[in-house]
Ligand binder design. Structure first.
Ligand SMILES: Cc1ncc(COP(=O)(O)O)c(C=O)c1O
Length: 367
């Protein structure tokens, strides 16, 4: 039986080859390899689709978070509230600007930041909140934004996994002060290398972000602030412009696959992502909880079905962040981290293969 990978980027490439090659060829012929017209065209297209005034391309989705924090004035001695049930980049970016990550728990349905516990974590040093739309499932943004407003805190949405997921009819990443996106190859919108982007409606923040990503430049030889080399490659801009046109169709395919998994796994008693009311996830990952996930992973691997765990060790338990503590206990996070297993999901995955994965999963999994 044919192997089912966790993601199949080669299959996607095959379906896009002529368009991708035309985009790459344009960049090679133009001879501008970093930023330039190809990146600007992608920024315009992405901002237009998101409904944001500005989109600033950059090197990756970790840089987009730290650049956004710096542009919003967050730095040494500040506290930034985020979640521990995420990829480490969310907290790394906070540390990179000299601030301290403070972790709050998630809600168990869609695995997003729990607004009910947010206010208790605010101290006089708190300056910002980073909710993470994990797995492509929107967080409950309205109460988070209300609390942020009340305490005059900035909000940066980590939308690395959630391009064009909707919350109450609006795209995530466009709701806070800044939205941060990753185009790591395996993301729903993936480059052929590293790339990221920050969205904002604030002209001043956008202008500072454009300087910070490119050595503080305001012209070729004038540097107004100390910045970084965190620019987006032109090739990635061209590739992302091609892929952006297909993204809605891919999101549709992911939603269908998730619905097929849900229809098989939920009646058997398994907890899967339960989206918030009035929100539409984009299913970057398809996650199900099971009490015997290691045995499941082994059983599926024996039948050449790949799985993943996102994420087995929450950030408040990571050695790299131990000096940022003591961290409060996070019972919902810890339970999720112990039980989640990610099953293959990508637009090219066939319904027959989803059934094959479910058959094998249901044979050995325990809720
Ligand atoms: C939630 C989250 N935040 C941030 C990042 C960092 O993005 P990148 O790998 O592009 O630096 C990722 C992805 O890797 C992510 O999943």
């Amino acid at each position: 039986m044919k192997r089912i990978p966790f993601v199949d980027l080669a299959a996607q490439y095959e379906s896009l080859k002529p368009e991708i090659h035309a985009g790459i060829d344009d960049v090679f012929s133009a001879g501008t390899y970093i930023q330039g017209p190809a990146v600007e065209a992608f920024e315009r297209a992405f901002a237009g689709k998101l409904g944001a005034a500005h989109a600033i391309g950059c090197a990756n989705g970790t840089a987009s978070l730290s650049l956004a924090l710096e542009a919003l004035g967050i730095g040494k001695g500040d506290e930034v509230i985020t979640v521990a049930h995420t990829f480490i980049a969310t907290a790394e970016a906070i540390c990179h600007v000299g601030a301290n990550p403070v972790f709050v728990d998630i809600e168990p349905a869609a695995y997003g930041m729990d607004p009910a516990v947010l206010e208790a974590a605010i101290t006089p040093r708190t300056r910002a909140i980073i909710p993470v739309h994990l797995y492509g499932a929107p967080c409950d943004m309205d109460p988070i934004l209300t609390i942020a407003h009340k305490h005059e805190l900035k909000v940066i949405e980590d939308a690395a996994q959630a391009h064009f997921a909707t919350y109450r009819g609006r795209y995530v990443g466009g709701l806070g002060d800044c939205g941060s996106f990753s185009f790591y190859p395996g993301k729903n919108l993936g480059a052929y290398g590293d790339a990221g982007l920050i969205s904002t409606n604030d002209e001043h923040v956008a202008s500072l972000l454009r300087k910070l990503r490119d050595h503080g430049r305001i012209s070729k030889y004038e540097h107004e602030v100390i910045g970084y080399n965190q620019r987006m490659d032109a090739l990635q801009g061209a590739i992302l412009s091609v892929k952006l046109k297909h993204l809605d169709a891919w999101i549709g395919a992911r939603r269908k696959i998730a619905a097929q998994y849900d229809a098989r796994l939920r009646p058997a008693g398994f907890k899967t992502i339960v989206p918030l009311a009035d929100s539409e996830p984009v299913y970057h990952l398809y996650v199900v909880e099971a009490s015997n996930r290691d045995a499941i992973a082994d059983a599926l691997a024996r039948e050449e079905i790949a799985t993943g765990v996102h994420y087995p060790i929450p950030l408040h338990k990571q050695a790299a962040l131990s000096k940022n503590g003591p961290h409060r206990p996070l019972p919902v996070t810890e339970k999720a981290a112990a039980k989640v297993i990610s099953l293959p999901i990508y637009p090219e995955l066939t319904p027959e293969n989803v059934d094959r994965i479910c058959d094998r999963f249901l044979k050995c999994a325990q809720p």
